[in-house]
Design a protein around this ligand. Structure first.
Ligand SMILES: [Fe+2]
Ligand SMILES: [Fe+2]
Ligand SMILES: [Fe+2]
Ligand SMILES: [Fe+2]
Length: 297
């Protein structure tokens, strides 16, 4: 295996683990400034994941999108202390990888990641100081799920699993859309971000109800034929609409229902978007059949 791809895979798996462990702790420590700052860092880790995976694809590899091991801390200070050392380790590893490669495209990506990691380490350090000297107060979460809400929490966690898998599915596809199809890269990236947003709302609701957000995912469709992407995605969005419609009346908490209703409305819109793109044109072609071809001739 190309050794550069192996390093990039290590960096990618670390970024993937960071997204999840940062979000998990953000939800656990409640709403407010701390959670908002951690979520912002998690979004940047998602961009790292995307850049690293795209670089692997450009070098002829197939990004695993696997996740490195997760860490859990019981207190905000414990988490922040660990996060500072985590960013330090990421920084060190990425610097080594940058110095080992002569590929200017890889260096460019790693330089960008390194600049973010320097900022992340600093941001976590400042949050740690604020928590330690009591200038940052935390909104405590309930520790147990009230009677009668176990099914609600279980359904929200199933929805989290669905959205998490959708994030990875859309990200994966976006790497294989050729650069002359910017419209579709944009579309798949937007869809990945929408799914990430849904995941966030659901996980926050689970934590607010005293539950533990289960951040797990199912295997994605690793087909690389762009002509099939629209059909896969239309099925995925139709499945979301079907599941959320079925689950909505079973949610026993008004906040949970409001969140799922909002997501459900957005999924209906996603279905319409993909239906429209999948429809044959007068020339008998679907817009999807233009994948990988120049958009302007
Ligand atoms: Fe990162
Ligand atoms: Fe980072
Ligand atoms: Fe969604
Ligand atoms: Fe969707």
């Amino acid at each position: 295996m190309d050794p550069t791809i192996r390093w990039l895979e290590d960096d990618l798996q670390a970024a993937h683990a960071n997204i999840v462990q940062y979000l998990w702790h953000a939800y656990r420590f409640g709403e407010g400034e701390l959670a908002a700052e951690i979520e912002e860092i998690a979004r940047e880790e998602m961009r790292h994941l995307w850049w690293l995976a795209e670089t692997i694809v450009r070098r002829g590899g197939d990004p695993s999108l696997a996740r490195g091991p997760l860490v859990r801390q019981d207190t905000a200070a414990g988490f922040l202390r660990w996060a500072v050392s985590r960013e330090e380790a990421d920084l060190e590893r990425c610097r080594q990888h940058r110095d080992q490669t002569t590929d200017p495209a890889v260096r460019l990506v790693l330089d960008r990641v390194i600049a973010d990691e320097v900022h992340h380490r600093q941001a976590f350090q400042e949050l740690l100081t604020a928590v330690e000297n009591g200038t940052l107060t935390l909104a405590p979460r309930p520790a147990t799920v009230p009677d009668g809400l176990a099914e609600t929490v279980a359904l929200l966690n199933q929805a989290i699993r669905f959205e998490y898998t959708a994030v990875l599915q859309y990200l994966y596809q976006s790497f294989f859309v050729t650069t002359d199809c910017d419209l579709y890269r944009e579309l798949f990236n937007t869809q990945a971000q929408e799914s990430m947003k849904h995941l966030g709302w659901l996980a926050e609701t689970v934590a607010a109800l005293g539950g533990e957000p289960l951040l797990e995912f199912d295997p994605i469709d690793r087909g690389r034929d762009p002509a099939r992407f629209l059909a896969i995605n239309l099925r995925l969005e139709e499945e979301a609409v079907r599941l959320y419609r079925e689950w909505l009346p079973r949610l026993a908490d008004p906040r949970a229902r409001a969140v799922m209703e909002r997501i459900y409305a957005q999924e209906q819109h996603h279905v319409r978007e993909f239906q429209l793109l999948h429809q044959p044109t007068s020339a008998g072609l679907t817009v999807g059949s233009l994948f990988g071809r120049p958009q302007w001739e």
